[in-house]
Design a binder for this molecule. Structure first.
Ligand code: C2O
Ligand code: CU
Length: 472
C-alpha cells in the first residue's frame, strides 16, 4: 500500500471516529443557564398531553407557596456559616432539631452568612407546596451570602423528616447543612421520643453529631421511639438489642400492624427514615445500633454482633387500603437506570443513564393533577441507587415481579439495588416541578436526576445564571 494512501485511510478513520465523537461531545454540553423544565424530552406515560404549558402560561412554580398570612406555630431562624471545613446552622451541625405538631404552620427563615456558593433548604419527605421545596434553579434561587429566605408551610403528616441544602447538595449536605424535622401526632405520649440522626463526617459515623456510643435516657417499662434518619450517601443498617422492636414507620408513614423483630436489622435508605419502637425491658438495658460501635445505649448494655438477617419490608406488617387503585393508572413510566460511556456536559466517562439517555437528555415524566401514576424503576448499573421523588409519597407494588404482601410500603426514598426492578405507584396531587433523583448526591450531580412535571406548570427559575443555581 502506498504511504499516502495509508495516511488517507488513517485520516478517514480519524474523521469517522472523531466526527461523531465531536458531535456527541457538543450535544452533551449543558448551557450556562437553562430551564430545567425544557431540558430532555417529555414522556407522557401514555396519558394526556393536553394542557402542556411547560414553557408558557399555566401555573407558575413561584406562586405555589404555603400560606402567606397567619402567625406561625413554629418559627425558627437558621443561620448558615462556613467554618473550619464544615458548614453549620446556628453554629452547629447537625442544625437544630425542628419539632412541630401535625397541622401546624412552620416558618423557617434561612440566613446565609458566608457560604459563597449560596444555599437553600429542602424539607426531605415533607410534601410541601412546590415553591417551598428548596431546589435551587427549579423552585427558587440560591440564597447568596448576606441574603435570607423565608419558608412557610403547614405540616400535614406526622412523621420523621429532615432538612438539607439543595444547592451544590453533594458537598453541602456532606459538610453539614442539614438537621432533623419531627412532626408529632397531636396526642400526648408518655414515651421517649428520640431522634437518631446518622451522618458521616470525615469518614467517622456519628449519631446526632457524636461519635461512638451515647446515652439513651430511658428506663424499664418506657416505650421508646427511635427516629433513625440516614443523612449519608449509602444504605445503613439499624437494629435494637435488649428488647424486641418494631418498624413502626417508614419515611414518615406508619406501618400497618408491625410485628416484633428480634434477630434482624432493618436497612435505612440514604435519605430515608425508619421509626423503631420498643419497650424498655425490666433490666433497663437496651441499645439502638446503627453500625458497629455507633449506638445509643441505655443501662450500659454491651454491643452484640450484628443480627444475621434483614427485615423484608415487602412482606412486613399487614395490608391496609391505599386510598387509590393502582390498576386504574393513567400514566405508566419507566425509570431504567444504567451506565454507559458518553459525555456528561462535555466530560467523557462512564455515566449513569436513564432509559438509555444521559443527563440532560433525560425524560421529563409529565403528569396532570389527579393522575394515578405507575412507575417501573429498574437498575442494571452495577450499584445501588436510593431513589427520591420530591413532593409525593409513593407505594411499592412489587419487587422483581413479587407483589407486596405486607403493610402498604409508603416511601419517599427507595433503595433500588443492582439487578432489581421495583414497581411503584403514586397519586399526582401536588402540582409543580419535582426532581426525582438518586440520593447518593454525588450520583445526582453526575446526572442521575430527572423530574416529574405537571403539564400546566412552568418555572421562572433557571439552573446556572447569575445566581449560580446548581441544585445537585
Ligand atoms: Cu433529600 Cu432532592 O433531596
Ligand atoms: Cu445513585
Amino acid at each position: 500500500m502506498r504511504k499516502s494512501f495509508k495516511i488517507a485511510i488513517a485520516a478517514g478513520a480519524t474523521v469517522a471516529i472523531l466526527g461523531p465523537l465531536g458531535y456527541f461531545w457538543q450535544q452533551s454540553l449543558v448551557p450556562s443557564t437553562y430551564d430545567m423544565a425544557s431540558m430532555g424530552y417529555p414522556d407522557y406515560g401514555g396519558g394526556q398531553q393536553a394542557g402542556h404549558a411547560h414553557a408558557t402560561g399555566g401555573l407558575d412554580v413561584a406562586a405555589l407557596k404555603g400560606p402567606s398570612t397567619g402567625d406561625p406555630d413554629v418559627a425558627v431562624t437558621l443561620t448558615a456559616r462556613a467554618e473550619k471545613g464544615k458548614y453549620t446552622l446556628n453554629g452547629a451541625t447537625p442544625g437544630p432539631e425542628i419539632r412541630a405538631v401535625k397541622g401546624q404552620l412552620v416558618q423557617v427563615t434561612l440566613v446565609n452568612d458566608n457560604i459563597q456558593d449560596g444555599i437553600t433548604l429542602h424539607w426531605h419527605g415533607v410534601d410541601v407546596p412546590n415553591a417551598e421545596d428548596g431546589v435551587a434553579g427549579v423552585t427558587q434561587d440560591a440564597v447568596r451570602p448576606g441574603q435570607s429566605y423565608v419558608y412557610r408551610f403547614v405540616v400535614q403528616d406526622a412523621g420523621t423528616y429532615w432538612y438539607h441544602s439543595h444547592q451544590v447538595s453533594h458537598e453541602q449536605v456532606r459538610l453539614g447543612l442539614f438537621g432533623a424535622l419531627v412532626v408529632a401526632e397531636p396526642v400526648f405520649s408518655e414515651g421517649i421520643d428520640q431522634v437518631v440522626q446518622v451522618h458521616t463526617y470525615d469518614g467517622r459515623r456519628t449519631i446526632n453529631g457524636a461519635v461512638g456510643e451515647s446515652a439513651l435516657a430511658a428506663h424499664a417499662g418506657q416505650v421508646v421511639r427511635a427516629r433513625v434518619i440516614n443523612t449519608d450517601a449509602g444504605p445503613l443498617r439499624a437494629w435494637v438489642s435488649g428488647a424486641p422492636y418494631r418498624v413502626s414507620a417508614i419515611d414518615g408513614r406508619p406501618v400497618s400492624s408491625p410485628t416484633d423483630i428480634s434477630d434482624k436489622y432493618v436497612t435505612v435508605t440514604a435519605g430515608g427514615r425508619v421509626d423503631l419502637t420498643f419497650t424498655m425491658p425490666a433490666s433497663g438495658a437496651a441499645r439502638v445500633d446503627v453500625g458497629t460501635g455507633v449506638a445509643l445505649v441505655a443501662g450500659g448494655l454491651a454491643a452484640g454482633p450484628e443480627p444475621p438477617g434483614v427485615v423484608d419490608l415487602l412482606s412486613y406488617g399487614t395490608p391496609a387500603p391505599l386510598g387509590f387503585d393502582p390498576a386504574k393508572a393513567t400514566r405508566n413510566f419507566d425509570y431504567r437506570i444504567g451506565r454507559r460511556a458518553g459525555f456528561l456536559d462535555g466530560k467523557p466517562g462512564l455515566w449513569w443513564s436513564i432509559n438509555g439517555h444521559l443527563f440532560p437528555d433525560v425524560p421529563m415524566f409529565m403528569v396532570s393533577t389527579g393522575d394515578i401514576v405507575r412507575m417501573t424503576i429498574a437498575n442494571s448499573s452495577g450499584e445501588v441507587h436510593p431513589m427520591h421523588l420530591h413532593g409525593h409519597h409513593a407505594v411499592v407494588l412489587s419487587r422483581n415481579g413479587v407483589a407486596a404482601t405486607g403493610s402498604p410500603w409508603w416511601f419517599d426514598s427507595l433503595d433500588v439495588g443492582d439487578g432489581e426492578t421495583y414497581e411503584i405507584a403514586f397519586v399526582a396531587d401536588n402540582p409543580g416541578i419535582w426532581v426525582d433523583h438518586c440520593h447518593n448526591l454525588k450520583h445526582a450531580a453526575d446526572g442521575l436526576l430527572a423530574h416529574v412535571a405537571y403539564t400546566n406548570v412552568s418555572t421562572p427559575f433557571r439552573i446556572g445564571g447569575s445566581v449560580g443555581n446548581q441544585p445537585e
